[in-house]
Design a protein around this ligand. Structure first.
Ligand code: NCD
Length: 473
């Protein structure tokens, strides 16, 4: 079922596949010393180009417990990446040595590139602030073991929801399983728009923003801003009764997922701000509210200052179990990807995959995300910017690698390539004319200057957005 698949984002696993991993993890955790025969003769490459304790060591422990071997590189400076080698070349070569690659890299979309260029299955162990799907497996496994289900639970996500990759993967998976999600970001570290956009467009979530929430929810329960995500019915994944939020919160929060500020990804401006003050500590006092009576306190770890040590002995705390479960969960995943174990996934609701038209051209915008793999100097020699056209009104493109979205200001049609129109004109992306261009003919530009640099002239529809640039024709 999962043999030879890659795990780059949580999109790569259906609910049934995740449940199959959990039931195999259950089986293995009951017999950790009896799995040595499973991966004998198999080799896993463990490539960690960002700091890691739990993820790397639990992956390596998992492979050892399965009887396999591990080769490891944990420092860019010690590999040929430091000599300017591309990720694709590294992936091709390492893929010819081993049976499975696990990679952590600071560039968002790096694991996608490794998966595209290596001949063996690839697991994303964290790519910058993008995703960390195996942490999500540990998180969901922890919740499911305790609460027996995920559907209909209320899970609060706390802290740095902007750069926390564990949070991004978890949000999509929770939505897939039909949980209600409460977002409590530190001011300035809110869930990125492109994540919310994908969540509502593809996972059927409905967002309710703070302004619409009742005062008691806004002010008493948490000191932070809130967004509430309810699973909606279009995909039939979650048939929650139509309760209002106050009523729901009275029944309590099922899990509180705390995260640390991901300072390593802060911009210079964000580093300059005194975030510590704004980062309230989750402690016994805060959890005294009756909404937290049955709440599992979770954290992907490492913690810094955001979670009080006094909670370690609290019966609600689950973060060390979460980390411990990394070994059986990863043993199950490795065995399934290597095809040494097979499981039949239970009957499930599968989210319909949306086949967006692709945008890929020799020229035009590159990804606006400075941490995207597709714009790094070593990678642009072979990677062309590639986007999914996820919306036409407003025109929205999503990078295939890091999934950041943007709305280009100007468009043109490539029809002129086929000689059908003599002059190359560009239009405002907001004009009605722009919407007439078929996806396969679409050319996008971020600015009028960029369009003109490519020899395009403004059309009568070029000025909808930027009136001061309007030129009468
Ligand atoms: C997380 C990570 O690396 O994204 N750690 C982990 O894998 N358990 C969370 C973090 O670093 O804050």
């Amino acid at each position: 079922m999962l043999t030879n698949k890659n795990l780059v984002t949580t999109d790569d696993l259906s609910n049934g596949e995740m449940e199959a991993i959990f039931s195999l993890a259950d089986e293995m955790s009951g017999a950790m010393n009896d799995q040595l025969g499973l991966c004998r003769g198999k080799i896993m490459a463990s490539l960690f180009f960002e700091p890691s304790t739990r993820t790397r060591l639990s992956f390596e422990t998992a492979m050892h417990r399965l009887g396999g071997s591990v080769i490891t590189a944990a420092d860019v400076g010690a590999t040929s990446l430091a000599k300017g080698e591309s990720i694709a070349d590294m992936a091709r070569v390492i893929g010819s040595y081993v049976d499975l690659i696990v990679i952590r890299h600071p560039w968002e979309g790096a694991a996608r590139v490794v998966a595209d260029y290596s001949s063996v299955p690839v697991i994303n162990a964290g790519d910058g602030g993008h995703q960390h799907p195996t942490q999500t497996l540990c998180d969901l496994y922890t919740i499911q073991r305790e609460k027996k289900t995920i559907k209909g639970l209320k899970i609060a996500l706390w802290g740095d929801l902007k750069y926390g990759r564990t949070v991004h993967s978890l949000i999509f998976a929770l939505a897939k399983f039909g949980a209600n999600i409460l977002f409590y970001p530190i001011p300035g570290l809110e869930v990125p728009e492109h994540v919310l956009e994908k969540l509502t467009r593809e996972y059927g979530g409905e967002l309710e923003r703070r302004e619409t929430l009742d005062r008691t929810v806004k002010d008493s329960l948490f000191p932070l801003d809130a967004i509430y995500l309810t699973p909606s019915s279009p995909h039939q994944l979650a048939m929650m009764p139509d309760l209002n939020i106050q009523v729901e919160l009275k029944t309590g929060v099922d899990a509180l997922y705390v995260t640390r500020p991901q300072k390593e990804r802060f911009t210079a401006a964000e580093k300059g701000q005194e975030l510590k003050e704004k980062y309230p500590v989750v402690d016994k006092k805060m959890l005294r509210d009756k909404a937290f009576r049955q709440t599992l306190v979770m954290h992907p770890l490492p913690r810094v200052d955001e979670l009080a040590y006094e909670l370690d002995a609290d019966p609600r705390s689950r973060y060390f179990q979460q980390a411990a479960q990394g070994v059986p969960v990863r043993m199950a995943l490795i065995s399934l990807l290597l095809g040494v174990r097979e499981v039949t996934p239970p009957a499930e609701d599968v989210l319909p995959e949306i086949a967006y038209p692709l945008y890929q051209r020799e020229f035009g915008p590159s990804c606006p995300n400075p941490r995207c793999v597709s714009i790094q100097e070593t990678e642009t020699k072979y990677l062309k910017p590639e986007f999914k056209i996820v919306n036409r009104e407003p025109l929205t493109l999503r990078c295939t690698y890091c999934e950041h979205g943007f709305e280009p200001g100007y468009v043109a049609s490539s029809d002129w390539h086929e000689g059908r129109i003599a002059t190359k004109k560009y239009h405002s992306a907001a004009s009605h004319w722009a919407r007439k261009i078929r996806p396969e003919h679409l050319i996008v530009f971020n600015s009028a200057e960029e369009a003109e640099a490519h020899g395009f002239k403004p059309s009568r529809f070029s000025s909808v957005r930027r009136r001061r640039k309007s030129k009468k024709q």
